[in-house]
Design a protein around this ligand. Structure first.
Ligand code: AMP
Length: 216
């Protein structure tokens, strides 16, 4: 069992945060909080929040800080998070990090470690534009790096795979730009707080092993 259990996974889109999280969750009872997934669920359910978020997400832009921070705060209050959680894709700005700190303080919790997934731009772009996923179970594949056994079909559910609208090349480039402008400053922010650990580009199995080592 890992000892560091309140975690932030930080990294550009396509850096492997989701893959890392699912590798950990196969062995550990942590809650996976992906703001991207929560927003996509809002869009699917046709809520007002979802409608507003969809416009920004399709352009690769960020949803306002207060909105995502509010969603995360509500989720962290639920008791299943007492065992530990992985924040995946949140915080994405310094403002969000500050709102998170306030929220955690309010419920007597703190972050144990921030894992930064450090991956080069050319790999990120290749991954993002080749990413396909299953609508039914959410499993993520990559046409180049992690192809399904049968072309364009989920290994587990046997349904067709689809490409997220925000994984087009144009949007992928915009998302990287937004990452460098808004999210990269969080690396220094958490370094100064002595919370940062980095994981370099490695293949999936090795990445999970390194993650377990780091989370001791
Ligand atoms: P992701 O699945 O984490 O790559 O997120 C997909 C999209 O959802 C992002 O490109 C943003 O438009 C939006 N989003 C997800 N998380 C956040 C966040 N923490 N702050 C602002 N926007 C977010």
């Amino acid at each position: 069992m890992i000892s560091k259990r309140n975690l932030i996974f930080l990294g550009a889109p396509g850096a492997g945060k989701g893959t890392g999280a699912s590798g950990i969750l196969e062995h550990e009872n942590l809650v996976h909080i992906s703001t991207g997934d929560i927003l996509r669920a809002e869009i699917k359910n046709g809520t007002e929040l979802g409608k507003n978020a969809a416009v920004l997400m399709e352009k690769g832009e960020l949803v306002p800080d207060e909105i995502v921070a509010g969603m995360v705060k509500a989720r962290l209050k639920q008791h299943d998070c007492d065992n530990g959680f992985i924040l995946d894709g949140f915080p994405r700005t310094i403002k969000q990090a500050e709102l998170l700190e306030d929220a955690l303080e309010g419920i007597g919790k703190k972050i144990d470690t921030v894992v930064y997934f450090d991956v080069s731009d050319d790999i990120l772009l290749k991954r993002l534009t080749a990413r396909i996923s299953c609508k039914q179970c959410g499993k993520i594949y990559n046409k180049v790096f992690v192809p399904p056994k049968k072309e364009n079909t989920c290994d587990d559910c046997a349904v067709d795979l689809f490409q997220r609208p925000d994984d087009s090349l144009e949007t992928a480039k915009e998302r990287l730009k937004v990452f460098y402008a808004s999210t990269q400053p969080l690396i220094d922010y958490y370094k100064e707080k002595n919370l940062l650990t980095s994981i370099d580009q490695v293949e999936k199995e090795k990445m999970i092993a390194v993650l377990f080592e780091k989370l001791g």
